[in-house]
Each structure stands twice: as structure tokens, then as C-alpha cells.
Design a protein around this ligand. Structure first.
Ligand SMILES: Nc1nc2c(ncn2[C@@H]2O[C@H](COP(=O)(O)OP(=O)(O)OP(=O)(O)O)[C@@H](O)[C@H]2O)c(=O)[nH]1
Ligand SMILES: Nc1nc2c(ncn2[C@@H]2O[C@H](COP(=O)(O)OP(=O)(O)OP(=O)(O)O)[C@@H](O)[C@H]2O)c(=O)[nH]1
Ligand SMILES: [Mg+2]
Ligand SMILES: [Mg+2]
Lengths: 292, 277
């Protein structure tokens, strides 16, 4: 891994006296490679390495007996700093019904995560959630959410033949009457460059005034993560991110990219196909995973 | 590039940045740039266009090297779609069925994803759109049993094609990879030399994990090709270059949208041009 590579670089310097900038740059080259291999965005890596370099040229590394370890420590701490050092909460203290809107690219895990979140908030926070099937496009998307809703005992709202905007609006308007205090809007997957569909999300936002707009991102996403995150952030002013499929072995550098470009926290991690596969996101665990 | 100081370092940096941002991956980009160096003529002009041309050539060669093998068409010709969750397998199966039916072929679709909520219903809609017959069992049943029945049905109905849609699965789950192996074996037991095509469906937004996926799925069932989906987005799908090179498998089709007609045969030239946009 990265630690071993840095050790071997710094090892060569033993007996050569003080560390020079040259060795630091050689070490930083290895950090850069590790981050790129972990799918951290190219530009994010560039600015991240700059930050690390500044600290690495300071006395904590240059005068250390274990410079490689010091560099790793700096990289690790800068990663955690960038990712947000503490787990971030959902905005649940608002006037009911709380509205959570799930958005993102096709296949990222929105429908499954909507059900996971409903299940979690029902069990852990004693909420009375309602799931809303706003995906009128994908074949059997409504059936998918209804099936999941049945599995966890959460009602699913849908209006046959209505538009996604109408479905969302009617759900929020009728929530309290039907004894629900939390509404999760599952929207259709879409490309951030699809103008018509991005406007649809903007309309849903205006009509339902969500307390949370969560961008659902697949942990195996590569360099494109910044383009997607930036677009959704600019159009909707998202409040957080959910990173899915972390039960795989993707290093997950997209986490860093998304955080760097939006400034918004990753609130949850999708960790499995079953409905209990959701956890609060831990920035420190993610930092270790990205570094490999 | 020491000594070759007529190559503008800035051009090289920009090209490297472009290739990395297209998800080609650090080691593949390094190989391409070193190959570029060795192909530079001693007295050649090294402007940006020349460099791009040489890089296009290098990548084009990698992509076309693996597409040399002719796939013999059998009856029924059995195609299995596999890959991690959400990449576009079911949609691609539907698009493929649609396109083959349009060509007058008799197509049987197998709903071998018996796990995910409404997976069977989703493929059912596609079967209807394609005018293809669907073989399905109850939710939760054995995927191999579905594959078995579908193979029998394809033979009995004298179908030209059998397309098997499998459940998305992470390659890190050994029990699911075993399930996939079993599906392959069962199909092989029913149809001579089947599956004839095993296509790994990769999402164009996938980063370096795409190579790991390809390696692992290849161990479960030897892959014959790749379907690269969601190329209508801003992601370039560059990871297929490393997959093609390492595993020697070609990209067969690309997905460029969510409608029935949005599946095209892979065009290496178009793909490489897309990397430079
Ligand atoms: N292993 C694993 N699979 C997941 C996770 N989250 C979702 N999935 C799977 O990913 C696939 C896609 O999930 P969906 O919920 O349908 O994704 P979506 O974003 O709603 O898709 P569209 O509505 O088509 O955009 C399904 O096979 C899910 O079971 C996760 O955390 N881990
Ligand atoms: N824009 C775009 N979307 C696509 C493409 N191919 C598939 N999709 C969408 O991606 C999402 C997931 O597609 P599925 O076919 O359900 O993916 P899958 O691999 O079968 O998913 P699982 O079975 O859950 O693993 C759907 O919303 C599709 O419409 C493509 O080429 N372009
Ligand atoms: Mg969905
Ligand atoms: Mg599917």
C-alpha cells in the first residue's frame, strides 16, 4: 500500500542526512498516484497535494526520525479535514412533515436507499415515514418502491398518470392527514446535462420545499463525480450526499471529489443490497479506504 | 521526456490530464505516454495535433486488438449479461432484444434476476416492447432454474437468440459469484458451447474499479465482450481501455440513452474522438 511505498522512498534517505525537497516531491508523487488510483478527481488531487506539500516541507516531517510516517499522518489528517471530521446529521428537527428529496444519476441506488432510509428513520428515530414514487419513467419503478415499502411496512404514495411534480406535491400536502411526519421523494435517475429533467427537479423542489436534498452517488464513480456533483449542487443546492455500494471494493475517491466540489457532507453510506444496508457515514474510515 | 525538448511540456501535461480525467487510469496513461515517446520521430513536428494523433493511434490499436476474433453465431445464440448493480444490464437486455426482433430474429429473454424488487416486472415491460418471449419464475426462485427453463424454451421454440439477464452483484460477494458460475454451467449443459457471448455491462461513470470488476467476473464466467452504458452522459468510460488491454476483450456495444434504440455497436474511432472532446 501507500505506507509501504513511502517507507521505501524515505528508507533510501537513511544516512543521507537531512531530507530535501526532492525526497518530499518523490513521496508526494506516490501519494498522487495512490489518490488517482482511488478515483479522486484529477483537479482535486492537484490542489490536495499542494496543501500536503506545504505541510510536508515543515519541520514536522523534515526533522522527524520517521518522515514517511509523518507524511502519511499529514495526508490522513488532511483527508479527514477535507471530508468533514464528524459524522453529519439529517435535518429532522423541522416542522413536520419533514421532506427528503433523493436525486442522482441512473442506477446510483436512489430507490433502494429511499427505502433503507425510511426503514432506518422508522426504527431508530420513531418517525412515521411515507415513500413517494416520483419515477414515472423507468419500467416497474413504482412497483419496485411499492415492493420495498411492503417489506418494511412503510406506505408508498403514487398517483397513476400524474406527473412527478404532481405526485410529489400531493404526497407532501396529504402527509399529515394520513398520519405521516416524514416524506421521502424517490425521483427518476437522470443525467445532470439533461436540461428538461433537471428543470423537473427544480420544480419539485419549489413545490415541496425539501428539508434535505440528498445526492445519491455510486462509490465506484470515477472522475465524472465532480461534474455530476457540481451540476446537482448548482441547480438544486443539495444538502448532503449518500455514497452507495460501499460494500464493494471500490476505493471511493468520489467521496473526496464530491465533498471538495460541493462542500456538502456525506451523510450516509449504502453498505448492501438488503434494506438494513445503510450506515451513518464515517469520514475517518473513508480516508483510510481511499488511501488503500 | 528528457532530451526531447521540442515537445511542449505543457501539451504533454494537458494530454495526460485529459486522459486521466477520462478514467483511463494512472498506469494505462503512463504506458500510453511512454509509447508516445517511443513513436515520436526524431525530427518530427511535435505540436498538439500530432501528439493527439499518435495517442489516438495507440488507444485505437488497444481497442481493436481484442475485437479480431469472429463470434460464430449458433442457434439459439445464447448471450448472458452480467455485472455489478445498476450498470444497465436489464435495459441493455431489453434494447438488444428489441434490435434483434426488429431484424426479424426470434428472441427469448430470461429473467434470471430473481432477487431484486420488481426486476422481473421490469424485464417484462422490455419483453413486451421488444416483442420477445419472456421466461420467468417466481420472485426468490433459483436463477439457474430460470436459465435452465429459458434454454429449453429457446430450443423448443426454435429461437434465434436467448438473452439472459442476471441480477446485479458485487464481485466481492463469493456466494453471488458462485451463483453466476452455476448459471453459466446450467446454460452450457442445455445448449452446445453456450453461453456464446458473456457481456460484462460497465457503467461509463465507473472509475478504476471497473478493471477489478472485469477481472473477477472473468474468473466466474470467461467474458467475451463489454457493453459500455450511459455514454450519453459526461463520463468517457476510459476504463475500458485497461480492461481491453489486460483481458483481451472488446467493447461490443455502447448504451447511449434509456430508450429501446439507444444501443449501438462499438465504434473505436468515435470512442477515441470522444476522449479528446
Ligand atoms: N451492493 C449494493 N447494492 C446496492 C446498494 N444500493 C443499491 N444497490 C443496488 O443497486 C442497484 C440499483 O439500485 P436502484 O435503487 O434501483 O437505483 P436507482 O438510483 O433508483 O436507479 P434509477 O431509478 O434507475 O436511477 C440495485 O440492484 C440495488 O439493489 C448498496 O449499498 N450496495
Ligand atoms: N442515460 C442512460 N441511462 C441508462 C443507460 N442504460 C441504462 N440506463 C439506466 O440506468 C438505470 C439502471 O438500469 P438497469 O437496466 O435497471 O440496470 P441493471 O444493471 O439491470 O440494475 P440491477 O439489475 O439492479 O443491477 C435505469 O434507469 C436505466 O434506464 C444508458 O445507456 N444511458
Ligand atoms: Mg430508482
Ligand atoms: Mg437488472
Amino acid at each position: 500500500g501507500l505506507s509501504e511505498k513511502l517507507q521505501s522512498i524515505m528508507q533510501k534517505l537513511k544516512g543521507h542526512g537531512k531530507l530535501s525537497e526532492k525526497e518530499i516531491d518523490s513521496a508526494l508523487k506516490e501519494v498522487r498516484i495512490a489518490l488517482l488510483e482511488a478515483d479522486v478527481n484529477f483537479k482535486v488531487v492537484k490542489s490536495f497535494i499542494e496543501k500536503v506539500r506545504e505541510r510536508a516541507l515543515g519541520s514536522e516531517v523534515m526533522q522527524s526520525l520517521t518522515p514517511a510516517q509523518q507524511v502519511i499522518k499529514i495526508v490522513h489528517s488532511e483527508l479527514i479535514e477535507l471530508m468533514g471530521s464528524t459524522a453529519s446529521r439529517l435535518e429532522l428537527g423541522q416542522e413536520p412533515p419533514i421532506v427528503i428529496m433523493m436525486v442522482g444519476l441512473q442506477g446510483s441506488g436512489k430507490t433502494t436507499t429511499s427505502a433503507k432510509l425510511a426503514n432506518l428513520l422508522k426504527k431508530a428515530n420513531n418517525k412515521r415515514p411515507m415513500l413517494v414514487a416520483c419515477d414515472t419513467r423507468r419500467p416497474a419503478a413504482v412497483k419496485q418502491l411499492e415492493t420495498l415499502g411492503t417489506q418494511i411496512g412503510v406506505p408508498v404514495h403514487h398517483v397513476e398518470g400524474a406527473s412527478p411534480e404532481q405526485i410529489a406535491k400531493s404526497a407532501v400536502e396529504g402527509a399529515l392527514k394520513s398520519g405521516r411526519d416524514l416524506v421521502i421523494l424517490d425521483t427518476a435517475g437522470r443525467l445532470h446535462i439533461d436540461e428538461e429533467l433537471m428543470q423537473e427537479l427544480e420544480r419539485i423542489k419549489i413545490l415541496t420545499d425539501p428539508d434535505e436534498i440528498l445526492l445519491v452517488v455510486d462509490a465506484m464513480t470515477g472522475q465524472d463525480a465532480v461534474n455530476v456533483a457540481k451540476a446537482f449542487q448548482e441547480r438544486l443546492d443539495i444538502t448532503g450526499v449518500i455514497l452507495t455500494k460501499l460494500d464493494g471494493d471500490a476505493r471511493g475517491g468520489a467521496a473526496l471529489s464530491v465533498r471538495a466540489v460541493t462542500g456538502k457532507p456525506i451523510k450516509f453510506a449504502g453498505t448492501g443490497e438488503k434494506l438494513d444496508g445503510i450506515e451513518v457515514f464515517h469520514p475517518d474510515r473513508m480516508a483510510s479506504r481511499i488511501l488503500g | 521526456f528528457g532530451g526531447r525538448d521540442y515537445i511542449c511540456a505543457e501539451d504533454l501535461d494537458e494530454l495526460e490530464a485529459m486522459l486521466l480525467q477520462a478514467d483511463l487510469g494512472q498506469s494505462t496513461v503512463e504506458k500510453i505516454l511512454s509509447e508516445l515517446k517511443s513513436r515520436m520521430e526524431a525530427d518530427g513536428k511535435a505540436d498538439r495535433k500530432v501528439l493527439e494523433g499518435i495517442i489516438s493511434g495507440i488507444i485505437g490499436e488497444i481497442l481493436s486488438a481484442s475485437s479480431k476474433t469472429e463470434i460464430q453465431i449458433h442457434k439459439p445464440h445464447v448471450i448472458v449479461l452480467l455485472g455489478v448493480n445498476g450498470t444497465g444490464k436489464t435495459t441493455s437486455a431489453g434494447k438488444m432484444a428489441y434490435s434483434l426482433s426488429r431484424q426479424g430474429k426470434k428472441v427469448v429473454l430470461a429473467a434470471a434476476d430473481t432477487f431484486r424488487a420488481a426486476a422481473i416486472e421490469q424485464l417484462e415491460v422490455w419483453a413486451e416492447r421488444a416483442g420477445a418471449e419472456l421466461v420467468k419464475h417466481k420472485q426468490g426462485s433459483d436463477p439457474s432454474a430460470v436459465a435452465f427453463d429459458a434454454a429449453k424454451a429457446a430450443i423448443n421454440r426454435d429461437a434465434d437468440y436467448l438473452i439472459v439477464d442476471t441480477a446485479g452483484r458485487l464481485h466481492t460477494k463469493s456466494n453471488l459469484m458462485e451463483e453466476l458460475k452455476k448459471v453459466g454451467k446450467v446454460i452450457g449443459g442445455q445448449v452446445e458451447s453456450a453461453p456464446h457471448e458473456t457481456l460484462l455491462v460497465i457503467d461509463a461513470t465507473t472509475g478504476q474499479n471497473g478493471l477489478v470488476q472485469a477481472r473477477e467476473f472473468n474468473k466466474a464466467i470467461p467474458l467475451t465482450g463489454i457493453i459500455l452504458t450511459k455514454l450519453d452522459g459526461t463520463a468517457k468510460g476510459g476504463i475500458v481501455v485497461a480492461v481491453s488491454e489486460e483481458l483481451g476483450i472488446p467493447v461490443k456495444y455502447v448504451g447511449v440513452g434509456e430508450s429501446a434504440e439507444d444501443l449501438r455497436p462499438f465504434d473505436a474511432k468515435e470512442f477515441v474522438e470522444g476522449l479528446f472532446k
